[in-house]
Design a protein around this ligand. Structure first.
Ligand code: ADP
Ligand code: MG
Ligand code: MG
Length: 903
């Protein structure tokens, strides 16, 4: 009877390694059954079944239903109850579960197998009719929602089942559903049936029909809009499909000796090693997660039900040791007996990830390499989420702006504006703080858009809490003193009303909520010992060096404190944008060198000289902040028109100057500026007169920059420092261009180099960001010391996409429809851009054996791109300062030979 060739696997036939086929939930249920844990009997319909279902246009394959019936018979035997029986009916849950956990995104139906007859059987068998009725109303509600799509898309206020329950509670003066009487529940069931009859098909009374429809509905929930959104956000493939776990129900709602809960083997916010969780007596699983009743902390279970609590502690420990990772466990206690219903690696914050990984190494549970692979590199950026400035917070407190203190569900501080619904969240984006009574999977799009979440109900394992921790967004939940009014788009607390758009601040570290804004300060990651430890291991494991992109001494110092080994890209463009410098650069752009070489004090020359002074001090600051480490300075790259005001404005200025009879000198100035702007205007600046093309046609600017670099270097050397500048040419396209530029600059450098007072030569390199340069790399390489791949421009030019236009207009659709698997500006496109890089690496090294190779686009902070850079043999990647920790870890993961799964 144990044929497992088809679509159905008994729990005893599967194991934890079968996530692809059985889903994470199903595979772990099998594993737990094998370990002998108290799991209700059941079986799993595999993702093969799902794929066949999808192929048949949403129809259950015939063989599948046959197999389900056979497996169900075995469950009946094990449970000692029969499905659809009028005396002692077996009820089952029908649960979704795919390879990667998608909490709350898909559907599960509980208590299946009830109708007007079996409900009486359940009452008799349990000797408790109130319990049977409570179970029946739960079933109707969930089945109608999931399988018959009743109120599935309704707003919170329009949900009819909830409205009926609220009314029944109010009428009975009951604090919660658990206090409703038999008679109350009969009334509720009557009304529920009416609501259910408005569904997409009649409510099935035959229990086998119920099961068939439920399996279909769970399969279909894989393709619900919210599940698709979530997978897109998390880069999970749409082809995986979901499995369906079907298992005998156990009941946490039979009375005060029953209950249900969720527990984590380590604190999911901090990673602290201590059982953490919540439970509710006389309740079923959904009640805890939905936040409809505020649960109690797990520690209280110890005194309320010592025996099941001790069992739980023992199983939790075993599960953690067995899976060698912190677990998130669902349990139910039925009349004093504990059942485990699910275990998985717990979703947790980045802080908890790091602490758990490092401590598990110390506990001897995992190796260092495993610890490095455990923490998704991208998530380290969450650790940089700011916290509130103590003084600013104190002022808010003194001003009476503290609205209350809820549960600190997800760490981080957020200051923003109140958003009550999804539209507000969309409008305000990251500055939105979504305020809701509670959240459910329907709120996912709003949560993804908002910067933080505040709820009035629910505990630290509620939907809002779990989801925000995974996303790294601050959250405060269960602030029960606030009342949210979705109709009016506002919430109130003790008489204070905050409307949509009003300023609000929440502290996810402490649970405090304030009206108004509070200043934030960047996180101090250097004080996180666990992170420092993990990154030290990463540094020992990686081969790639990590540099940072930084344009100011402050950025450079910050990057260095994050562990950057030098600067891979210092852009000089913005250095010219300050008011007084702009005047000089305009002078240089509009003027020409005086004919008379003696006239070194013409306006043009003076302007150039002033710029050189500014640049010298710019470079000195950065080189000093990175003392002893390489600093790659890229010569001016921006199209020149950027230094002049927009033409339309200049035309207007000129018209005004004429109309208001301004002095002639002023009119002439306006005319000159307009003429200059016109002469510099380009049809397509991105492909226009910029980068090395400027260096060739307007050599004074590059020469000025090189002089400034030498002077800064000399000043620092004289002061006993060790500056390591490297000069980089942007946007080159081939050998002749490089040779020409280099000839001029080295001539200049020769004179200056002798002044440096040390033999060291300043290194000289090019960016590779034009496809032609990548293809001509072999010829360019002998003339330079290094290449640095400018992967942003290289991507633009390889695809023929202008980044801004693409991201604004069509890239999203390309990714959503699968024409592109990812945004190539976020993750290197290996097939195209990556091939150009590979060619340039190979031929560049052939042309110059000591050529140093780096990459300095935003891709340098993207773990998948870092992995690529490791594989093609680059020497370093350079990324923005806040991504340095991410890159250090990603480089280690690449070296260990595996990339994190698509996070
Ligand atoms: P989700 O993935 O949304 O957590 P689950 O399939 O895990 O959905 O189920 C939802 C809730 O129902 C959970 O709290 C779970 O523990 C509970 N549950 C599932 N199956 C059973 C069962 N057979 N008996 C009792 N409770 C169950
Ligand atoms: Mg679950
Ligand atoms: Mg570029």
């Amino acid at each position: 009877m144990t044929t497992t060739t088809g679509f159905v696997y008994r729990f005893r036939d599967g194991n934890a390694g079968m996530r692809d086929l059985l889903g994470g939930k199903g595979a772990n249920l099998c594993e737990m059954a094998r370990l002998g844990l108290p799991i209700p009997p059941g079986f799993v319909v595999s993702t093969d079944g799902f794929r066949e279902f999808a192929r048949l246009d949403q129809r259950l394959p015939d063989g599948l239903w046959q197999e389900v019936q056979e497996a169900l018979k075995e469950v009946e035997e094990a449970a000692g109850k029969r499905f659809g029986d009028r005396d002692n009916p077996l009820l089952v849950s029908v649960r979704s579960g795919s390879k990667f956990s998608m909490p709350g995104m898909m559907d599960t139906i509980l208590n299946l197998g009830l109708n007007d007859e079996t409900v009486e059987g359940l009452a008799k068998a349990a000797n408790d009719r109130r319990f049977a009725l409570d179970t029946y109303r739960r079933f109707i509600q969930l089945f109608a929602k999931v399988a018959l799509h009743v109120d599935a898309d309704a707003d919170a206020d329009a949900k009819r089942f909830e409205a009926v329950l609220n009314e029944a509670r109010a009428k009975a003066g009951a604090a919660s559903d658990a206090d409703l009487s038999e008679a109350d529940l009969e009334g509720v069931i009557r009304q529920f049936k009416e609501i259910a009859s408005t569904g997409t098909e009649p409510f099935p009374t035959d229990t086998r029909d119920q099961l068939r429809i439920a399996i279909r509905a769970v399969f279909e929930s894989w393709t619900s809009a919210r599940a698709i959104d979530y997978r897109n956000h998390e880069h999970i493939s749409h082809d995986l499909g979901t499995a369906v776990s079907i298992m005998a129900m156990v009941f946490g709602n039979t009375g005060p000796r029953s209950g249900t809960g969720v527990c984590f083997t380590r604190n999911p916010s901090t990673g602290e090693r201590a059982l953490f969780g919540e439970y509710l007596l006389n309740a079923q699983g959904e009640d805890v997660v939905s936040g409809s009743r505020t649960p109690k902390p797990i520690s209280e279970l110890k005194s309320e039900m010592p025996a099941p609590y001790d069992d739980l502690v023992g199983h939790a420990k075993n599960l953690e040791n067995h899976f060698r990772d912190a677990q998130d466990i669902e349990f139910t206690i039925e009349d004093g007996r504990l059942f485990i219903l699910q275990t998985r690696s717990g979703k947790r914050t980045a802080m908890a990830d790091v602490r758990t990984a490092v401590e598990m190494v110390a506990e001897g549970l995992i190796s260092r390499d495993e610890a490095l692979l455990r923490v998704p590199a991208n998530k380290l950026s969450h650790l940089l989420s700011p916290r509130f400035d103590d003084e600013s917070k104190e002022r808010a407190q003194k001003a009476g702006r503290l609205l209350g203190k809820g549960l600190n569900a997800s760490p981080g501080a957020a200051t923003g504006v109140v958003a009550i619904d999804g539209d507000d969240a969309e409008r305000y984006g990251k500055s939105a703080i979504l305020v809701r009574a509670e959240t459910s999977a329907d709120d996912m799009p709003a949560i993804l858009k908002a910067g933080a979440v505040l709820t009035s109900r629910g505990g630290s394992t509620s939907h809002a809490a779990v989801v925000t921790r995974g996303l790294g967004k601050p959250a405060v939940v269960g602030l029960s003193t606030i009342h949210v009014d979705t109709q009016r788009g506002e919430f109130s607390v003790d008489g204070t009303v905050l409307k949509t758009g009003d300023a609000i601040s929440i502290d996810g570290f402490t649970g405090e909520v304030f009206s108004g804004t509070i200043d934030t300060i960047p996180a101090d990651i250097s004080s996180n010992d666990n992170l420092r430890q993990l990154l030290e291991w990463a540094d020992a494991a990686r081969r790639l060096e990590i540099r940072a992109n930084a344009d100011t001494p402050g950025d450079a110092a910050r990057a260095r404190s994050f562990g950057a080994h030098g600067i891979g890209l210092c852009r000089t463009e913005h250095m010219f944008f300050q008011e007084e410098r702009l005047l000089h650069i305009r002078e240089v752009l509009m003027g020409t060198r005086s004919e008379d070489a003696e006239a070194a004090d013409g306006t043009y020359e003076k302007a150039l000289k002033s710029l050189e002074e500014y640049q010298t001090s710019d470079f000195r600051g950065i080189l000093e902040a990175m003392d002893g480490l390489p600093v790659v300075i890229r010569l001016l790259d921006a199209p020149l028109h950027e230094f002049l005001p927009p033409i339309e404005g200049l035309i207007e200025d000129l018209a005004i100057a004429h109309a208001t009879n301004k002095p002639e000198a002023e009119v002439r100035e306006a005319e000159d500026l307009l003429e200059a702007a016109r002469s510099l205007a380009e049809t397509n600046p991105m492909l226009g007169h910029r980068g090395s093309r400027l260096g060739i046609t307007k050599s004074d600017i590059y020469e000025m920059q090189v002089r400034a670099i030498f002077r800064a270097t000399k000043e620092l050397i004289d002061a006993g420092k060790d500056p390591q500048p490297e000069i980089m040419l942007p946007l080159v396209m081939g050998e002749a261009e490089v040779k020409s530029l280099k000839a001029g600059l080295t001539e200049l450098a020769k004179g200056l180099g002798e002044d440096l007072g040390r033999p060291a030569r300043i290194r000289f390199g090019t960016m590779i960001e034009v496809p032609r340069a990548a293809l001509a790399a072999g010829a360019i390489a002998p003339h330079v010391d290094f290449f640095s791949f400018g992967s942003n421009d290289l991507t633009q030019m390889t695809f023929g996409f202008s980044r801004d236009d693409a991201e604004e207009k069509f890239l999203r659709e390309y990714v959503e429809t699968g024409i592109l698997s990812r945004n190539p500006f976020a993750t290197i496109d290996e097939k195209g851009v990556g091939r150009l890089i590979e060619i340039a690496v190979k031929e560049g090294r052939k042309g110059n054996a000591s050529l140093e190779l780096g990459l300095c686009g935003e891709h340098g902070g993207d773990p998948l791109s870092v992995d690529f850079c490791h594989r093609v043999g680059l020497d370093y990647v350079s990324c923005s300062a806040p991504r340095v920790a991410v890159a250090r870890l990603a480089a280690a993961q690449a070296a260990i030979g595996q990339t994190e799964r698509d996070v």
